[in-house]
Design a protein around this ligand. Sequence first.
Ligand SMILES: [Zn+2]
Length: 290
Amino acid sequence: MAVLAPSLARARTEINSRWPRRDHSSDGWIGDPAHRTRPSDHNPNRRGVVDAIDIDVDGINCALLVAILITHPAVNYVIWNRRIWSRSRGFKVARYTGSDPHTNHIHCSILQTVAAENHTAPWHIATGVDVVPVVQPPTGGGPVEATWASRLARALPTVKSGSSGRTVRRVQALLNVASGPILGEDGGFGPKTDAAARAFQRVYGLTVDGVVGDHTWAALLGKLPTLRHGATGIEVRRLQSLLNVFNAGLREDGVFGAGTEAAVRAFQTRYALGRDGVAGPITYTALLTR
Ligand SMILES: [Zn+2]
């Protein structure tokens, strides 16, 4: 009779306790017949233990869960959303090219050892880690693409612990878009901002030093597409968060409606930009440098 490794059973219990209403339909642990014909951590090993679980992505915070899982001493690798974080690579993110893109579930394998199967280190899932970002890893797999946004990122000032001012407020606003509203946007780069920046860097495979330089800026900014009335999505949330650094008072809902358009026009008026209500490179540049 196969059993799930006790350490993973505890992880699952913590996941259920943190997200009690989550969807379980893509959950799993023991391999289906398709798994039995090939090596898989979902097959019982010679001890009769299964060293992998799948967790449905619906109703949980996937990036937060990944960020927590890859810090546990028993974990060997995690796969989610065409990305793999493996111990052999120091848990730096890499593109995953297996046939299943893992967009419906997060796969977590522990090391194939008795010690890992019975590891008693707490997972810190149920209790929560305050400052771990809710990010979508960059789509593309490699370094951030050379877009005008990454060129702009290279022109922005580097900020780190001890920095203050509007640039820090922008960093806090963008981290909050990535993380859920975790940080106060007070313009002071203190320990919480430092921890949020480091967690963001870890999930994005950047150097984890808490220093927001060009690579971290580029990851925080994304591609900065031109946005107009009717646009939706995380890019709109980024735009709204930057407008709010200038006290636009917008709800950051990711929907470019009349309120966001009015805020863009007001900002353009204030800085004597073309007053068209469309956020393009000139408006973004002003939002990030004024
Ligand atoms: Zn799996």
